[in-house]
Write a protein that binds this ligand. Sequence first.
Ligand SMILES: Nc1nc2c(ncn2[C@@H]2O[C@H](COP(=O)(O)OP(=O)(O)OP(=O)(O)O)[C@@H](O)[C@H]2O)c(=O)[nH]1
Ligand SMILES: [Mg+2]
Length: 232
Amino acid sequence: MNAAVVIPTYNERENLPELTSEILRYDGYRIIVVDDDSPDGTGAVADDLAAKHAGRLSVIHRHGARGLGRSLVAGLMRALTEGAELIFQMDADLSHDPKYLPVMAAAAADADLVLGSRYLRGISVVNWPLHRIILSTLANRYVRAVTGLDETDCTTGFRCWRREALARLPLEGLISDGYAFLVEQLYLARQLGCRVREVPIIFIERREGASKLSAAVLLESAIVPWRLRLKR
Ligand SMILES: Nc1nc2c(ncn2[C@@H]2O[C@H](COP(=O)(O)OP(=O)(O)OP(=O)(O)O)[C@@H](O)[C@H]2O)c(=O)[nH]1
Ligand SMILES: [Mg+2]
């Protein structure tokens, strides 16, 4: 197994040590943290972890305007450069359980992109208030209706790529930066003919730290599906 797990972070100092130690229990997995100059000092926490797990955990420190999309691009490109065969992306807030890493890796045996899906078997989210469930479910319906995608969870941040598929994506050219980035990434993958598979996950809402969901990010998520559709 030659896998890299890309983890974008913004103010996740309480979550990162636990998450990374759980991931590193699996042989053949290494971690690339992409920190956006978090005010809470996540970058320094990540550097300490990199020193402790030399060779298995590295950190990209970004400065200037922050963004989930740009951070993922930086981490995914580093993973490709380092020669990883399977490349994961997951959230830092313990919402994505590392126990699914081997499950998703196995599913990637006959898929180019594996999605860890919250909606494959009903709704598998724990500790979300009703309004979050409604928002996320409606967002997924909206994305599917506008773009024509047919995956049940088009906005999941838990993904596993086969190297060859990821290398074909024009990562630098993606237009969106918030959660819409995830939709655009999936859309491009489908356009390129990637075989996409979903595996069910149980998503657990963060216990520590704060959400970064903002009005600007929501607005972008509403517009990007239309831009993708009109570009087609
Ligand atoms: N590098 C970087 N990471 C980010 C940025 N915004 C969010 N993230 C990370 O992206 C992941 C998902 O963000 P969350 O804030 O958990 O978003 P969410 O899961 O929709 O919201 P919650 O309900 O709070 O969990 C987390 O690991 C964040 O730390 C950013 O601007 N830059
Ligand atoms: Mg989260």
